[in-house]
Design a binder for this molecule. Structure first.
Ligand code: RB5
Length: 148
C-alpha cells in the first residue's frame, strides 16, 4: 500500500480518550517512514476535545501537515470541532470501506477515529487505507466545492 510518505507530515491529535490509540497509530505510521506530527494530548488526564480538533485544523490549514488523524472516545466530538473550520473535511470512519470512500468521494483531509468504538488493528487498517486512497474527482469535485 502506498502511504505517500513524500507528501508531508501526518498530524495526530487526540483527547484523553484517544491518547492511547494515538500513540499506537503514530508509532506504527512513523515506523513505515511517514513523517508524523504529534499535537497531543500527551496523557490520559482529562482534556476538552475541541481544543485538539481546533489545533489540528489550524495545522492543516497552515499547510504544516498533509493529512490529519483526530481521535476521541467516539470520533464524533473531535470531528465536529475540526469540521467547523472551512477547508477541513473530517470523516469519522470505523471500517475500511468508510475510510476509503471518505477519500475517494469526499476528499476528506482528516480521518476521525473513536478509540472506544474501534479496535486498534481495525483503526490501523482504516488509517493506511485513508492515506493510500486518492480522491476520484470527476462528479465528486463539484460536490466538494459546494461544501465551501
Ligand atoms: C470523553 O469522555 C468523550 O466524551 C470524548 O472523547 C468523545 O467521545 C466525545 O465526542
Amino acid at each position: 500500500m502506498n502511504l505517500h510518505h513524500d507528501k508531508g507530515p501526518v498530524a495526530f491529535a487526540a483527547d484523553h480518550a484517544g491518547y492511547a490509540l494515538k500513540e499506537q497509530l503514530r508509532g506504527r505510521l512513523a515506523d513505515t517512514g511517514t513523517p508524523v506530527l504529534d499535537l497531543g494530548t500527551n496523557s490520559e488526564q482529562s482534556v476538552d476535545y475541541p481544543d485538539f480538533g481546533n489545533g489540528l485544523a489550524d495545522v492543516l490549514l497552515r499547510g504544516d501537515a498533509w493529512r490529519g488523524v483526530a481521535i476521541c472516545g467516539t470520533g464524533l466530538g473531535i470531528s465536529m470541532a475540526a469540521n467547523r473550520h472551512p477547508g477541513i473535511r473530517c470523516a469519522p470512519s470505523h471500517d475500511v470501506d468508510t475510510a476509503r470512500l471518505a477519500r475517494a468521494h469526499n476528499d476528506a483531509n482528516v480521518l476521525a477515529l473513536g478509540a472506544r468504538i474501534i479496535d486498534p488493528e481495525t483503526a490501523w487498517q482504516c488509517l493506511q487505507t485513508f492515506l493510500a486512497t486518492d480522491f476520484e474527482a470527476g462528479r465528486h469535485a463539484a460536490r466538494i466545492r459546494k461544501l465551501g
